[in-house]
Write a protein that binds this ligand. Structure first.
Ligand SMILES: C[S@@+](CC[C@H](N)C(=O)[O-])C[C@H]1O[C@@H](n2cnc3c(N)ncnc32)[C@H](O)[C@@H]1O
Length: 316
């Protein structure tokens, strides 16, 4: 389920989600090198750095603008922070790290309020937004280009899988029809085309799901997460912790399955006469159930509503 995708409210900056839980689970007061793989506006990063002078932070984001705002916010910790632009799946190369280098890793997935607020980035369904949605301006395909080039089958799959939209195929066929008449370049073009297919004014919650599905496809978000999780696990030192906040059920499922699999002693296919795999658990889950924000947080920050946090500790 695309857990009630929402654009939330316009905000001057991004309010970090589940901040107390993140700091409690990462335990930065132990000191060491921590990676914020999705540093965004630097809210979580600041709290991690504040835990003590023994903390060094590697700050990473795909979005150059996000890195700029993090740099600004974290100016007073300058000597203790290193910045890189890129995908967290490429952490090892970007920072030149070997196995066991990190005391903790945070991934706070999805987009920041800052990205949504900036009309020209095209993450929003507000009127006049270009259909861009790229987290990294270095990547080539915008949402408009995807909507122009994808087949009806590909678009249907995006809507069915990422938006859990039962009418995804019909919607995709309608959009392919609409783009023949007029290219889909702006949020308004897409909304008009969706309304023409469904024959009614579309609720904001439906628009949020459709736009979120396109964003996930444009940025290959699930591929990055699937590739990044084992890389980040192997960078953890014994007792090192990986904390992931997801905002979509498919992300959370991926994290949950990875943590369960890593926690098993034996991952051989059933029926083998003897164990031939690694033969030991790689660590343990610290959260048996996903941690969710309390009502006070979601009242204050509607974006937090869909957040699910899971944490894992490496055995080394
Ligand atoms: C929810 S925001 C993070 C907010 C941040 N925790 C804070 O306190 O301000 C998510 C950020 O992750 C970045 N991002 C998403 N996927 C990424 C990936 N695969 N690699 C690097 N950055 C990514 C986005 O560009 C965005 O800035």
């Amino acid at each position: 389920m695309a857990w009630g995708a929402s654009e939330g409210v316009l905000s001057a900056f991004h309010e970090p989600v589940l901040l107390t839980e993140v700091v409690r689970l990462l335990a930065p007061e132990r000191g060491g090198v921590f990676l914020d793989g999705t540093v965004g506006g630097g809210g979580h990063a600041e709290a991690i750095l504040r835990a003590g002078t023994g903390v060094r932070l590697l700050a990473l984001d795909r979005d150059a603008e996000a890195l700029e705002s993090a740099r600004d916010r974290l100016r007073s910790f300058a000597g203790r922070v290193e910045y890189r632009e890129g995908d967290f799946a490429e952490t090892a190369d970007l920072f030149g790290l070997g196995e066991g280098a990190l005391a903790g890793v945070l991934l706070d997935l999805g987009v920041s309020s800052h990205q949504i607020d900036r009309l020209e980035r095209g993450f929003t369904f507000r009127a006049g937004a270009p259909l861009d949605m790229r987290m990294s301006r270095r990547s080539s395909t915008t949402a408009a280009e995807l909507l122009e080039a994808a087949t009806a089958e590909e678009l249907g799959e995006i809507f069915r899988t990422y938006a859990e939209e039962r009418r995804g195929r019909r919607l995709a066929a309608g959009l392919v029809e609409a783009r023949r008449r007029k290219p889909l370049r702006k949020s308004d073009d897409l909304i008009e085309a969706i309304e023409a297919v469904w024959g009614r004014r579309v609720a904001e919650s439906d628009l949020a799901r459709i736009f979120q599905a396109l964003r996930i496809a444009v940025n290959h978000e699930l591929d990055s997460l699937g590739a990044g999780l084992p890389v980040l696990r192997d960078l953890l030192q014994p007792g090192g912790r990986l904390v992931v906040i997801s905002y979509h059920s498919l992300e959370d499922r991926l994290v949950k399955r990875a943590f369960r699999e890593w926690g098993r002693d034996c991952v051989c296919p059933p029926g083998l006469p003897e164990c031939r795999c690694r033969g030991r658990a790689l660590g343990r889950e610290l959260t048996r159930k996903p941690v969710r924000p309390e009502a006070a947080e979601t009242d204050r920050n509607p974006r937090a509503r869909s957040a699910r946090l899971r944490a894992w500790e490496s055995a080394g």
